[in-house]
Design a binder for this molecule. Structure first.
Ligand code: FAD
Length: 424
């Protein structure tokens, strides 16, 4: 069966994946006059876009810096409840990705990625605020900043080069003395010697509300929703791109956008495009009765986890677990996060936690892929946002719209995010 999306002035775009990136891209494409169809196996799924930590992390402009072969990484791996875990079954598939991550130790490569990420981040609020206003969710953005807190002087000192580089890249931050920290966040245990405040950081009320509102809005504006899992992409004899599922259903359109999060690399591979992407799984526990314990997001520097005060409760999240995106969650990881919540929020109510695990789509250079397929210019990619997909959803959508319209200069502006980097 071949389904055609009905015609419109600009043409038809099929978007594979309806997380925040796919849905925001659908919204932008509709505004530009494209007819949109979204394909997703489950529009209400527990996708990363809906249950993440809710941070608008605009100071997250530095790529992952840890070599997978360093003593630090090995130490984390040896700790069964440390911030890093690898399921050995995932290793063979991960190896090229890990080798590319190790190459990020090269200073020039690292700085180039940091500059590209900082440039992309620089328009986050310009893109996000109008989108939230248009969704009727303007009040869902809290620009209260984020505190990075340090238990040890060494932890603070070790991070100073990174904070200096962030400042060079335009991120504003200031040191907060321990007594000011205690006044700002009285619900936090008094164990932190140092803290850094990034004032521009924001937190949303609930990422799920944004995904749901985007879904409602694009449906109302005419997007068609098809429930199905793309098993591969193809180019038909007329040169039109399409997706097929495992049952042989096929959908074609004038343009195709792959926004399938951590599942996107297989789809790109089916067209012959090489991508280095991995599922970096993260865990959260949400404590519905404990939101009031925090006034803004807090990042716990040494233990690599975060806590955010969200509508659904105090959400504590973290862990970088490299495993198949759909493999079952490890309950010990949730227990470890709960223990951290109890340790650092002495009055937290941990009796009724809501547990979640999801997959960050992570590239080795921490840059998303935003650009055309190297095999066919009618296929666009928009995935690989790692830790900052909520932050960059609206920005990525604007760039996808520019690429759909073949806007002059768009591909050049986005060169750092092209697939080309995986082929050189
Ligand atoms: C613990 C944790 C905390 C996080 N905290 C933050 C944060 O504070 N701030 C931030 O900015 N980011 C955060 N992130 C990252 C953020 O959640 C992701 O980067 C973002 O959700 C990625 O969005 P996406 O739309 O690309 O993918 P997803 O949300 O994963 O959506 C992908 C969609 O594609 C669909 N799909 C998959 N395969 C197929 C297929 N074959 N065919 C059709 N559809 C398919 C899926 O069903 C899904 O709906 C966090 C992530 C985790 C795990």
């Amino acid at each position: 069966m071949v389904s055609e999306v009905s015609t419109s002035a600009r043409g038809h775009v099929l978007i594979v994946g309806a997380g925040v990136v796919g849905l925001a891209s659908a919204r932008d494409a509709l505004a530009r006059g494209w007819q949109v169809t979204l394909l997703d196996p489950d529009f209400e799924s527990a996708r990363a876009s809906s249950f993440n930590a809710g941070g608008i992390g605009i100071s997250e402009v530095l790529p992952l810096a840890v070599s997978p072969f360093s003593l630090k990484a090995i130490g984390w791996l040896l700790d069964p409840l440390g911030p890093l875990a690898v399921r050995w079954t995932a290793l063979p598939r991960m190896l090229p990705w890990a080798l590319a991550l190790a190459r990020m130790q090269d200073r020039d490569r690292y700085l180039a990625a940091a500059r590209a990420l900082a440039a992309l981040m620089s328009t986050v609020y310009d893109d996000l605020v109008p989108m939230l206003q248009d969704l009727g969710l303007a009040g869902h953005l809290h620009r209260d900043g984020a505190l990075t807190v340090f238990e040890t002087e060494k932890g603070f000192r070790d991070e100073q080069p990174e904070w200096a580089l962030r400042r060079e890249l335009g991120v504003a931050w200031r040191e907060v003395p321990a007594d000011e920290l205690a006044a700002m966040e009285p619900g936090l245990a008094r164990v932190f010697h140092r803290a850094i405040m990034a004032d521009d950081w924001g937190t949303v009320e609930d990422p799920r509300s944004i995904v749901q509102a985007l879904g409602r809005q694009v449906r109302e504006r005419g997007a068609r929703f098809i429930q199905g899992r793309a098993a591969g992409l193809f180019i038909d004899p007329q040169g039109r791109p399409g997706a097929r599922d495992a049952d042989g259903r096929r959908w074609t359109a004038d343009r195709l956008v792959v926004a399938a999060g951590a599942w996107s690399d297989r789809l790109a591979a089916s067209l012959g495009d090489r991508v280095l992407l991995t599922a970096e799984r993260g865990y959260t526990v949400t404590l519905p009765q404990s939101r009031a314990l925090l006034n803004r997001e807090v990042i716990f520097a040494e233990r690599k986890f975060v806590a955010s005060p969200l509508g659904p409760g105090l959400r504590v999240g973290g862990t970088a677990e490299f495993a198949a995106a759909d493999a079952p969650a490890n309950p010990a990881r949730h227990r470890a996060l709960l223990r951290l919540a109890q340790k650092f929020f002495p009055s937290a109510q941990v009796d009724d936690p809501v547990l979640w695990m999801g997959a960050r789509p992570t590239t080795p250079d921490s840059l998303p892929v935003i650009g055309a397929s190297l095999r066919n210019p009618r296929v666009l990619y928009a995935f690989g946002h790692g830790h900052v997909g909520l932050t960059l959803g609206a920005t990525t959508a604007r760039h996808v719209g520019r690429l759909l319209d073949d806007e002059a200069g768009a591909a050049g502006d986005l060169a750092a995010f092209s697939l080309q980097r995986f082929s050189t």
